[in-house]
Design a protein around this ligand. Structure first.
Ligand SMILES: [Zn+2]
Length: 406
């Protein structure tokens, strides 16, 4: 079960209970990621008669939405919109409805900050050497039932633990990726226009090919999300058996070839995970379930699980074995503030205590060591808005408070 911290007091007017996963439970979650479960989802998707990018993909959208509801998500929508675009692959216009799926796990602390985990659910088959598009035999196991299966596996494990994030998670699958990233283009632009606070978008596209068990994952990255790339690198090493590969220069151009690109284009941070050993059956009829390594996809799922917990809980991934037992009651005033905040934290006298201030995008804005029971923080240089203040001692979360800057 999640660890819930409840603050009592009367000085801080915006107390919050924060989602926190204990170290034990986090390890438990990682160990419950199951390769057979991922494989079964891939097979289900391969068995859907049609996932072809140029025809209606309502059936696969309904399958994904059904799985999300089965795992307890109550806010699941199939986001349908018309498309009328030319694609060079077909030498023709695609003119029909696309179907994105969005399953929302609402945040309990700052629900309007959103972390997206996404993957495209459509596929195509082309016929070499001329690469004309074929409508038949679109199995799409690796590209990209595997990415959808990883997302559903992470959701399965989180929901079985009753995980309740601080920030909202949108689990998404996209239509129309293969012809021009259309589903994600629509979603990213819609969110941009609505002013959505997207913390990060985690994209998985082709994450099951690893015939020799090399367990290398390529992490394509975007200029506005270098920190996020580095987090993914360190999480591969800490929580998985994956060796991360970070492409540089032209090797990173493939970042434009999947849905995360549209989020980057709209100013949102994103990370794109893809197998380092590229599928030999890419866009071919042989892209079927049996070709792939689901233990490898399970490691990719562990990376995604760790990233999600990191990005959607104020406390982040737990670093201590014990639950947080020693809760320091922190008070801050005035709140809202125009600049100066007074902080009372009796436990700070024990030393090694740090105040971390995050904005609604999860970006760290201030770090301050505190040694006294009373501290004053000047945040007059920060823009107006909501902030989250974390009080940490040696990687252990002591307390969390919301703070409003006027
Ligand atoms: Zn793909």
């Amino acid at each position: 079960m999640k660890k819930v911290i409840v603050l009592v007091g009367f000085v801080c007017s915006l107390f919050l209970s924060s989602a926190q996963v204990s170290h034990h439970e986090f390890n438990q979650m990682l160990s419950e990621i199951n390769a057979d479960s991922i494989r079964a989802t891939v097979q289900d998707m391969v068995d859907i008669p049609n996932r072809f990018a140029a025809t209606s993909n309502l059936e696969v959208a309904q399958y994904i939405a059904g799985r999300m509801r089965q795992y307890g998500l109550t806010d699941v929508i199939i986001d349908s919109f018309p498309i009328n675009e030319y694609t060079w692959l077909l030498h023709d216009y695609v003119n029909h409805n696309l179907y994105n799926v969005r399953g929302r796990l609402p945040g309990v602390t700052i629900s309007d900050s959103i972390v997206i985990m996404g993957a495209h659910h459509d596929c195509i088959t082309t016929n070499p050497p001329f690469y004309n598009v074929m409508y038949e035999n679109t199995a799409g196991a690796d590209d990209n039932a595997s990415g959808c299966a990883v997302m559903l596996e992470v959701l399965r494990v989180l929901q079985s633990h009753g995980f309740s994030p601080d920030y909202t998670i949108d689990f998404m699958t996209y239509d129309g990726e293969e012809f021009g990233l259309w589903g994600s283009e629509y979603d990213a632009a819609t969110r941009h226009d609505a002013g959505d606070k997207v913390i990060v978008m985690l994209n998985n596209d082709m994450v099951a090919n690893d015939p020799d068990d090399e367990r290398v994952v390529t992490l394509h990255w975007y200029d506005n999300a270098i920190e996020d790339r580095d987090t993914a690198v360190s999480f591969c090493q800490k929580y998985t058996e994956l060796t991360p590969f970070v492409p540089m220069g032209a090797d990173n151009d493939e970042r434009q070839a999947s849905d995360s690109w549209n989020y980057a284009q709209n100013g949102f941070r994103s990370v794109f995970a893809i197998e380092n050993n590229f599928s030999p059956a890419y866009h071919e009829p042989g892209d079927t379930t049996g070709l792939y390594n689901y233990d490898y996809a399970a490691e990719i799922s562990k990376l995604n699980l760790a990233m999600l917990i990191h990005y959607t809980t104020v406390a982040g991934v737990p670093t201590k074995v014990e639950d947080v037992a020693d809760i320091a009651t922190v008070s801050l005033w005035p709140n809202p503030t125009s600049g100066i905040v007074h902080i009372s934290c009796p436990k700070a006298t024990e030393g090694g205590t740090t105040i971390l201030v995050y904005d609604v995008f999860g970006k760290l804005c201030r770090t301050e060591m505190v040694n006294d029971a009373f501290t004053t923080l000047d945040i007059s240089n920060l823009p107006a808005g909501m902030y989250v203040m974390k009080l940490m001692r040696q990687n252990q979360l002591l307390d969390v408070c919301k703070m409003m800057k006027q």
